[in-house]
Ligand binder design. Structure first.
Ligand code: LMR
Length: 328
């Protein structure tokens, strides 16, 4: 007969992420929306869970719920404020209801690459952004990187005019909506977990996302091409509730913060490779990737960049200037 411990281990292997928590351990539920093994966020969350469960055994226990199995991003922050989940890492575009400061990250062609995003986030302004929502009960702990956004559609896109008249799924962000409207696209906000079905059934014609999301969610299977525009970024904030964070015994809070910081440094340094691997995996299926020459890419810049004007007051000229310096 199998021992109870072996049976529990088998169960854990079968269901994926769940660790069996012991009585008396502080339970930390981490809910997210991507896969857990081929994605910058999923890999970081998995490593965090592994380390917490090993190094904090007896004190704390982490359970990760990937793939929107627990909450979509439009529910997770409410759930966090209700104490139903303790950690999440929504993309920066998902904090619209809580702060307008993050709009800078959604502005098209604001950051040249993830290194520039990292430099901005570690500047005084970026660090302060993690505490911009404490009044609303949310505390940012770390920024996690993903990568640059690309455009896919049910026809290959070379110029922005090719997208005019199409419907694109967007994250719920006013900046992204304005960016899409600037190229004549009708933006349709929708949860991440619903995008594949919406593309497949033609509810929407296209979407924008990073290589790891396009690969992880198999969007390329239901699109006729992905255009390498690198027009924006997707990045995350690991977020918790101020109530829960403040309620932790100090040694637990300090150890958890230290492990999270180390995981952040390790996984943020690896996102370029995860991104490149996802792009290559898409190519290997034979799916079309449209590469733009300098003139074609400039047409996307010219069409989209005017939206900066609409949001200049929200994000602040000094922050735009700082971001541009980090691009140099
Ligand atoms: C999206 O909604 O497209 C992304 O923010 C999902 C994610 O977490 O990467």
């Amino acid at each position: 007969l199998m021992s109870a411990v072996a049976a529990a281990a088998l169960m854990t292997a079968a269901t994926g992420a769940q660790a069996a928590c012991d009585d008396g351990e502080i339970v930390i539920k981490f809910s997210h929306v991507t896969n857990s093994d081929k994605h910058p966020k999923g890999l970081a969350a998995s490593l965090l869970m592994e380390r917490v469960n090993e190094e904090m055994n007896g004190k704390a226990c982490m359970e990760v719920f990937p793939n929107s199995t627990l909450y979509n991003d439009d529910q997770v922050l409410e759930a966090m404020l209700n104490g139903d989940v303790q950690l999440a890492a929504p993309s920066l575009s998902k904090f619209e209801q809580f702060t307008k400061q993050f709009r800078i990250f959604d502005l098209p062609f604001m950051f040249k690459n993830i290194a520039a995003v990292d430099a901005f986030q570690t500047s005084e302004t970026g660090v302060a952004m993690k505490e911009s929502m404490t009044r609303r009960g949310l505390l940012g702990l770390q920024f996690w990187h993903n990568g640059m956004k690309q455009m896919s559609a049910n026809k290959p896109l070379v110029l922005p005019t090719d997208a005019a008249g199409l419907k694109f799924r967007v994250q719920p962000s006013d900046v992204i909506k304005a960016q899409m409207e600037a190229i004549g696209v009708s933006p349709q906000p929708m949860a991440f977990s619903e995008v594949y079905g919406a593309l497949q059934t033609g509810v929407v014609d296209g979407q924008e996302n990073t290589w790891s999301n396009i690969y992880g969610q198999k969007f390329f299977e239901v699109q006729d091409g992905t255009t390498e525009t690198n027009h924006g970024i997707i990045d995350y904030m690991v977020v918790t509730s101020t109530d829960w964070w403040d309620s932790l015994p100090e040694d637990v809070r300090t150890q958890l913060a230290t492990i999270l910081e180390e995981v952040t440094v390790e996984r943020n340094a690896a996102v370029g490779q995860v991104d490149a691997d996802a792009r290559q995996a898409i190519l290997d299926t034979g799916a079309t990737i449209v590469e733009l020459n300098a003139e074609q890419r400039q047409a996307w810049v010219d069409a989209m960049k005017p939206v900066w004007e609409q949001f200049r007051d929200d994000v602040g000229q000094e922050n735009i200037d700082a971001a541009q310096e980090f691009n140099a």
